[in-house]
Design a protein around this ligand. Sequence first.
Ligand SMILES: [Zn+2]
Ligand SMILES: [Zn+2]
Length: 97
Amino acid sequence: MRHGKYSTYSNHGCRCDACREAWNEYYTSYRRARGQKPLAQYHAETMRHGPTRYRKGCRCDVCRGASARQKAEQRARNPEYVARELAAKKAKRRAAA
Ligand SMILES: [Zn+2]
Ligand SMILES: [Zn+2]
């Protein structure tokens, strides 16, 4: 087993620095060859702030706004849901009174 080769990383499961680096290089060029973005960039873009990130727990302005927008859209598309929500609210108010 030789270190510093991506095959050692992938076939033998070695996670030493040399093998990890070789794997990163290999994987980056592999993605590039297939027209995919480097992994770090891919993550940065897919993890951008928005409703998905909101669900993962981010509460920044962007995520909150996106989530509120998404909810509003869902409501607009789903009048039944709104009616149910209203009924639930009314029931709660009645129970409190
Ligand atoms: Zn190694
Ligand atoms: Zn956010």
